[in-house]
Ligand binder design. Structure first.
Ligand code: AMP
Length: 152
């Protein structure tokens, strides 16, 4: 049986795993949907955070939400891209944790979300923790522990 505690997998600080805010593609409150579509398309991500100038997290904007909001009855209303602001359509139910949260808490949330937003105690956006990063780390840990197990 491979223990997740040996090698301290569950003790890893999420600060050491997260993508820091300066490397996270995001949009700002007040940006229109055209700008959001540009950032989403250029970054290649399907969902990105919506922040204010103080780096407080307000929601997530995704390509499906954005496209749905410009879908008319008979046509795609492209003119709405310029007229609408991200805060009118963004999803405010953001999977978020404090940077002091345990990796176990993150794992539970990552079952249902491709990434989590990480905030400081003061509610300032610090970065994101993608599911793929945690799986990569877990894979590394399992390989290391099984190697040690075979050798002993
Ligand atoms: P990944 O597991 O790397 O594919 O990332 C999962 C999701 O996390 C992506 O689809 C994005 O929504 C988000 N994501 C990952 N890296 C970034 C980044 N640098 N900037 C913004 N969003 C990101």
């Amino acid at each position: 049986m491979i223990s997740l505690y040996s090698g301290e997998f569950l003790e890893i600080s999420i600060r050491n795993l997260m993508i820091p805010s300066e490397r996270v593609a995001h949009v700002q409150v007040g940006n229109n949907l055209e700008h959001a579509l540009l950032v989403l398309t250029k970054s290649g991500y399907t969902a990105i955070p919506v922040l204010d100038p103080h780096y407080k997290l307000h929601g997530l904007i995704s390509t499906p939400i954005l496209m749905d909001s410009i879908l008319g009855l008979e046509r795609i209303e492209f003119e709405k891209l310029e007229q609408k602001r991200v805060e009118e359509v963004m999803n405010t139910a953001v999977p978020r944790v404090k940077s002091s949260a345990s990796l176990q808490t993150c794992l539970e949330l990552l079952v249902n979300h491709p990434f989590l937003c990480i905030e400081s105690e003061e509610g300032i956006f610090e970065g994101i923790l993608p599911r793929s990063t945690v799986l990569h780390q877990l894979n590394k840990h399992i390989r290391k522990v099984s190697k040690n197990h075979i050798e002993s």
